[in-house]
Design a protein around this ligand. Structure first.
Ligand SMILES: [Zn+2]
Length: 256
């Protein structure tokens, strides 16, 4: 049985091609689309997944992700960067946005939150890689800010989707993570901080929702997959469950 990419029903209904790849035991290296296996396997897996996504891999733009806050505007001249030669991805970017049609954008994740953005009034799209460092630094709010300032997107019309990633059930962190998050004074920031058995929990889903709302996004336009990659490590790549050798999935979105 072929494993289908994860999709958000509402984003599909809005007519936006997108998806998140998963683990697939029938593929080499379980279908990982990044790192830690030979490049030929990575490319074969990307080809297999992109065929299932119905998107052209050779046109897709990838980034060299660094857990930073840079949002890069992608233009047609960058078509295909990093798709077949990962070293040629957009440098030092953890968020990509574009107004170009048929120019899919991809982010690699393995527990970090992939956030898909759609501004129907421009139209424009974006994809964000939000781990704890990027979240603390406000990358998701920054991506919304770029869409609204550079492309004049109206924040209240934006749609945002949080993909499968490590959930509040599993994301125990050191106190320094919580301290760093609260130090940025996010509105209602405490809502993303939990504790269980004396251990601090950082709720990356809630934190990114708070950042989106701070950016002006209507809470009714924010949807989360609500799937924890660590709890479901048989279906998803999870750094916490399997370490850096586990592999990774990709979140992809395109403007048709
Ligand atoms: Zn979990």
């Amino acid at each position: 049985m072929i494993v289908r990419p994860f999709r958000f029903a509402r984003l599909s209904a809005l007519g936006i091609p997108h998806g998140v790849t998963k683990r697939d035991p029938s593929l080499p290296a379980f279908g990982s689309v990044s790192g830690n296996v030979t490049i030929s396997i990575v490319l074969a897996n990307r080809r297999a997944w992109w065929e299932r996504l119905g998107l052209p891999l050779e046109h897709t733009v990838f980034a060299r992700q660094v857990h930073g806050t840079r949002v890069t505007v992608v233009t047609a001249s960058e078509r295909g960067r990093g798709a077949l030669e990962p070293g040629t991805g957009i440098p030092e970017s953890d968020a990509l946005v574009t107004t170009e049609r048929n120019l899919p954008l991809a982010m690699i994740c393995a527990d970090c939150v992939p956030v898909l953005l759609y501004a129907p009034d421009v139209p424009a799209i974006g994809v964000v890689h939000a781990g704890w460092r990027g979240t603390v630094a406000g990358i998701t709010r920054q991506a919304v800010h770029i869409l609204c300032t550079l492309f004049s997107a109206r924040p209240e019309r934006l749609w945002a989707f949080l993909g499968p990633s490590i959930g509040p059930c599993c994301y125990e962190v050191g106190e320094e993570v919580i301290t760093a998050w609260l130090a940025t004074e996010p509105s209602n920031g405490h809502q993303a901080v939990l504790s269980r058995n004396g251990r601090a929990i950082f709720d990356l889903w809630r934190a990114n929702e708070l950042l989106l709302v701070e950016g002006g996004v209507d809470p009714a336009h924010i949807e989360r997959a609500g799937i924890c990659t660590r709890c479901h490590a048989g279906e998803w790549f999870s750094y916490r469950a399997n370490g850096s050798r586990a592999g990774a999935q990709a979140a992809v979105i395109a403007l048709p």
